[in-house]
Design a protein around this ligand. Structure first.
Ligand SMILES: [Fe+2]
Ligand SMILES: [Fe+2]
Length: 134
């Protein structure tokens, strides 16, 4: 599934690091869950990602991040995919959502953290952003 959270995953922005650590807690809810509890965990993940991504989007907008559209666009495409998988799961088809949790989100997060989130955090540092909520 996904690795455990560790301080090595921090990108150096307090808002982003708190959201990333929270993501691991949200993913832990899938362990041992089944049926409606599993669908509720997926709904919780969709809610977390919506809020997590919006906080990053707001930091990027506020500080004029040069690759805002690229990073924001990836957030939007993930939210669209997760929304479609949540709708399917609620309708009884858990296969896409289960595949996403088992095989996709771990590698996706690590890649996203190592690329767009990392570059964004370095930019925010150089822009003097404290990481405080907007
Ligand atoms: Fe992030
Ligand atoms: Fe991001």
């Amino acid at each position: 599934m996904i690795l455990a959270w560790s301080d090595e995953l921090k990108v150096g922005n307090a808002v982003m690091d708190a959201d990333h650590e929270e993501l691991f807690h949200v993913l832990a809810r899938f362990e041992g869950a089944d049926g409606p509890a599993w669908v509720a965990a997926f709904e919780g993940l969709a809610q977390h990602l919506t809020e997590h991504f919006e906080r990053e989007n707001e930091l990027m907008r506020k500080h004029g991040f040069f690759a805002y559209h690229c990073h924001h666009g990836e957030h939007d495409s993930v939210l669209a995919e997760v929304g479609a998988m949540l709708a399917a799961a609620k309708a009884g088809d858990l296969v896409p959502a289960r595949t996403f949790i088992d095989d996709v989100i771990g590698p996706w997060f690590l890649n996203h953290r190592n690329t767009m989130d990392w570059v964004t955090a370095q930019f925010l540092k150089s822009a003097g952003a404290s990481g405080a909520a907007c």
